[in-house]
Design a protein around this ligand. Structure first.
Ligand code: FAD
Length: 444
């Protein structure tokens, strides 16, 4: 490996946060090396290409809205929203044997999107309340929303039961793996207000790893190299890389918070307080596209835990451009948050059989169309904002600059790649300007 023991900045992790940070620091004239334990870049935004299928194993979408750091980075790499076509279709909610389209968009408010009239009235009331205080819901200040540490379950009790059962729970359970009994509502409301309608979601034309691949071609990355330990010194830090110590002026841990806490004994309290939720998916390579039971155009169907606690929904990946070869189909099945923890360690066949068995209820043609199933599991899927993490958040953003720094979605307590990219901007600002600047404490 062509790396000397005298590094300027060593970044652990070639996910989107580590790569974006490497790019920023390199552009500012710093010398940077990224260490990645797997054979691939992209982390939780990795795309696998197989037999003409383009398989997004982690992140599925980027927002037209609420993703400013992503679009800034894309612009620097010569990309724009034209390179990430709109889904332009609704998300549906399963209820009483059918998908109901329009979740998270205005159409749904009129047509219901699986909610009863009482539920719709509750949703309107919730939206009006959040909308009136929109300025207090800042994704960069998850600890200072009007909802404090109120959980999603507690928040939803203010409204009709449908607001929890047929909207908030399926959204956060399916897409983030969150448990509404413990996840804080404030950061969720901030995120939903920022990203807006589900119809406005986009996907990178050539796979969700588009930015990661471009970044990796511009920075120094060693793949297949595991960092086992990081020790902070006063003037530099030591990394143990595949058994050998290396020194660097700064080491940035761009890995999920629980991994950072395993690697470095001296992490701030916030890092230990951040909880990650597992995510398990089965991706089905189909010999033909299959349709939802209503023959509608939805890009996905969310399944509420009250309908099925083990199965959280399905995404029709083949409705994104270029994902399946002509005449073929591609879709993703999501485990429910109640079973994802067990499935993370289960054999592949068991996971595939379980999720495909559940999916047959919603997609009767699945078994006959599925040629190959790919099991994807993330022990550390997505960060969940809880009261203990919110309590430590501000202290973390105000910590003095150290020889060991951090990047990743969890630094913003937000379950999205936008947070990972924004955390890279913040980490770069800290390293280039110092921790005492206004920018280093998230603009305030
Ligand atoms: C199933 C799923 C669906 C998602 N859907 C969306 C979505 O639709 N839209 C969206 O915006 N976001 C989504 N996300 C979130 C998004 O994928 C993440 O926020 C983002 O990719 C996190 O990037 P990161 O760089 O912080 O971490 P990671 O991507 O986890 O990168 C960390 C890297 O560090 C490496 N590593 C770990 N330990 C070591 C070690 N000891 N030594 C060296 N390397 C190490 C890992 O292999 C990994 O490559 C989803 C996430 C999941 C899991």
């Amino acid at each position: 490996m062509a790396v000397t023991a005298d590094l300027d900045v060593a970044i652990v992790g070639a996910g989107i946060s580590g790569l974006a940070l490497a790019h920023r620091l390199r552009a500012a004239g710093r010398s940077v090396h990224v260490f990645e334990s797997t054979a691939h870049v992209g982390g939780r935004m990795r795309t696998v290409r197989r037999e003409g299928y383009v398989i997004d194993t982690g992140a599925e979408m980027v927002g037209t809205h609420g993703y400013p750091a992503t679009w800034r980075l894309a612009g620097e790499l010569g990309l724009s929203q034209a390179d990430a076509p709109l889904f332009g279709a609704p998300l549906a909610m399963w209820r009483e044997g059918l998908p109901h389209p329009g979740v998270g968009d205005l159409n749904g408010l009129v047509k219901g999107a699986g909610m009863t009239p009482g539920g719709r009235a509750g949703l309107l009331k919730m939206m009006a309340g959040a909308g009136l205080r929109k300025r207090s819901y800042d994704v960069e200040r998850p600890d200072r929303t009007p909802l404090g540490t109120t959980t999603i379950r507690e928040f939803a009790r203010r409204y009709h039961p449908d607001v929890h059962d047929y909207l908030l729970q399926p959204l956060v359970g399916g897409f983030f793996g969150w448990d509404t009994e413990r996840a804080a509502a404030g950061p969720l409301v901030s995120h939903l207000l920022a990203v807006g309608a589900t119809r406005s979601f986009r996907s990178w034309r050539h796979g969700m790893d588009t930015l990661a691949r471009l970044l990796a071609s511009r920075v120094d990355v060693s793949t297949g190299v595991t960092v086992h330990e990081v020790v902070a010194g006063e003037h530099d830090a030591t990394l143990v890389v595949d058994g050998a110590p290396l020194s660097a002026k700064t080491v940035v841990l761009a890995v999920p918070a629980p991994v950072a806490a395993e690697l470095h004994a001296g992490v701030p309290d916030f890092v230990r307080a951040v909880e990650f939720r597992p995510m398990v998916k089965v991706i089905c390579l189909l010999d033909r596209p299959i349709e939802p039971p209503d023959r509608g155009s939805a890009w996905g169907i969310a399944v509420p835990a009250v309908e099925n606690p083990a199965f959280a929904g399905v995404l029709f990946d083949d409705r994104k451009p270029g994902r399946a070869p002509a005449g073929r189909g591609l879709l993703t099945l999501f485990a429910g948050p109640a079973v994802a923890g067990e499935l993370v360690d289960a054999p592949n066949e068991e996971v595939a059989d379980l999720l495909m068995g559940h999916a047959a209820r919603y997609l009767p043609d699945l078994a006959s169309a599925c040629r190959v199933s790919v099991v994807v599991r993330y022990r550390h899927g997505l960060p969940m904002p809880t009261a203990p993490a919110l309590a430590e958040f501000r202290e973390f953003t105000r910590r003095p600059l150290s020889t060991v720094e951090y990047a990743g979605d969890w630094c913003m307590l937000r379950p999205s790649s936008e947070a990972a990219i924004r955390s890279a901007e913040v980490a770069a600002e800290r390293l280039l300007v110092g921790a005492d600047t206004e920018l280093a404490v998230f603009g305030g």
